[in-house]
Design a protein around this ligand. Sequence first.
Ligand SMILES: [Zn+2]
Length: 798
Amino acid sequence: MITAVCFLALAQNVFGERRGKAWQRRGMELIISNGFRSELQLSWNRRNYRLPAINLGSGQLPKKPVGNVACPSPCCCSGGRSALQQFVWSPEGEQTCCMRSCLSHDPLGPSDSSSFCHLTHFTSSLKIQVIEDDRNNRGSEPFVTGVRGQVPPLVTTNFLVKDQGNASPRYIRCTSYNIPCTSDMAKQAQVPLAAVIKPLARLPPEEASPYVVDHGESGPLRCNRCKAYMCPFMQFVEGGRRFQCCFCSCVNDVPPQYFQHLDHTGKRVDAYDRPELSLGSYEFLATVDYCKNNKFPSPPAFIFMIDVSYNAIRTGLVRLLCEELKSLLDFLPREGGAEESAVRVGFVTYNKVLHFYNVKSSLAQPQMMVVSDVADVFVPLLDGFLVNVNESRAVITSLLDQIPEMFADTRETETVFAPVIQAGMEALKAAECAGKLFLFHTSLPIAEAPGKLKNRDDRKLINTDKEKTLFQPQTGAYQTLAKECVAQGCCVDLFLFPNQYVDVATLSVVPQLTGGSVYKYACFQAENDQERFLSDLRRDVQKVVGFDAVMRVRTSTGIRAVDFFGAFYMSNTTDVELAGLDGDKTVTVEFKHDDRLNEESGALLQVAGQRQGPGRKCGMSVSGYKKAAGKRVRSGERGLAEELVTSIDVAETNVFFYPRLLPLSTTEPPAVRASEERLSSGDIYLLENGLNLFLWVGASVQQGVVQSLFSVASFSQITSGLSVLPVLDNPLSKKVRGLIDSLRAQRSRYMKLIVVKQEDKLEMLFKHFLVEDKSLSGGASYVDFLCHMHKEIRQLLS
Ligand SMILES: [Zn+2]
């Protein structure tokens, strides 16, 4: 069990008026990488023609100002420049004939064929050029973090990172690596200043985990005033006897045991031997002072809390889950090279009442204890509730065999919910440890108990002002409960199996505030949905997780972290409290100016956190995803989407808002633009957005392809809605199944496959994800949007 303090530092460039243009350019690239498209309004000013909103997925955005690029269109302005390329990037007054001729038309007017044609050319590239270009230009060389203000490759590019003093973009990714000097300039630019922080990010095997620094009993070296941790940007002065803090400028004494001489450049001669003086990310071994109550923590516990009401039994959930747990318990997370996991486990089942189980190794059979007073739950046993899996294996196996039988004939349909979480949290409190509750729940908790909920699913409210109330918790009870959980380091993961309304917005409050995850399997049936559920469960139980962490973001003078988004709780304005933190979770931090920034010193951001657990360390980040989250999501799903979107990383946000559409006819499929226009009826495509996965089959696809992939003779014989491809021994089948597996492996949740045939009724569902097209309920397509922009700019120019 390591308790560690993790540390991430990042320096950013700062610039004033004269470098404004360069900044806009960088700003735009970041918009693309961060998927901010729908957040940014059409904002541009008279002088620069900035169009920050149009980038994501646009085909031909040049990476640098366009010189004399020939317009690809022979039917208008041939030989001139492409109008859109031109006006995105050109400095004022450089419009050419092309610009003038195109802008002299109204692109929205019915008679205007040439402008429209021009715009169509603009989007006519099949590929998503910005992604392809970045992959080609930046995928081969490692990204070196030593250069201040350098923009990392896009999240869609595979690249390696060399830590040379700034945190790897895997841990911290900013919306901009160049920050305006003043808040006025930042306001004008309209790019949010934010960082997405992913403290436990998984690294590719080629990259080393952060070094662990042990400063012994004295603990990590910090600034006396602002408590920032030692980092490569601290300035050593007076021959190395003192250091000036790069965050608050306070001059501190260097403790004798840490003293080292400086070289002629003022750098400590041991700078490259010490991770904290040369790297952007590292861990400090924490001393007992950093631990809660000044005491090293006990190993954490996992408590499995299983709904055994009628619905849970009828759908086959309880039997499936109990069977799976028997083997899954061998894969609990373990520390470093430990032979067995230190995590202890406990079991509770419930419907209207709670059943605790004593699984002490000395028992021949597990014992059940019923708690029927759900108004004030208590833990009926201490000894024998939380146990080591290996020691109690026989009793646990016996319990998991018996649970499905015990409740097989239940008629109980009502459930409680808050008392279940309360009981799990009390059990951790009694055992004086942090840990995680895995809740498997099926229905709206309507039984008489604290946290009882009403069915408030009112379809009439949808598309009205009151719709938002459906996404707010219906009682404050869960917020209070969540606070207690956070104080105990109790993280809650919720697996929902509803066959009717369950009020995700209220039930997800505790998971959301405790760093947990919510998984939802509507109309679950064990035989159909087991692959997806078991895959999520296995990943969730095995993943590295830290508990009871506190994280703080420090910034250099002039900027300040003002807003935080993610799955955590904050009881004050600076400390991010994470009951649990795993490798999928991010924290987003938004910054504001306090003062004018200095171009020489730049801007610094340091993320530090303490954590304990069978995993590694802790961290964080910024932005405004929340507002966009609901846009393309149906109302019933929205609670879940909000929970997801606030805590997923940039790569997952990117694909969530702009799904990947891969044609399978090419060997190394580059993604094509998410529009129906790009679909060829002679091809098949995979579409994924991190949650959904579709295989679209064109109506005139070759018979050989149909045979190789589906083992049927013709298109008409393919079963629409199929979720598993037959395992066939031919190159195409292997390739497609391999690609599906690799897409699934990249995402934090299992994506269930749905086969969609062209012109089939399921195609409606698929089209929902073609985000460049008009949505089914109307609105503007991406091309409409570009036309609108074109028109607005034309007006401005005239
Ligand atoms: Zn300081």
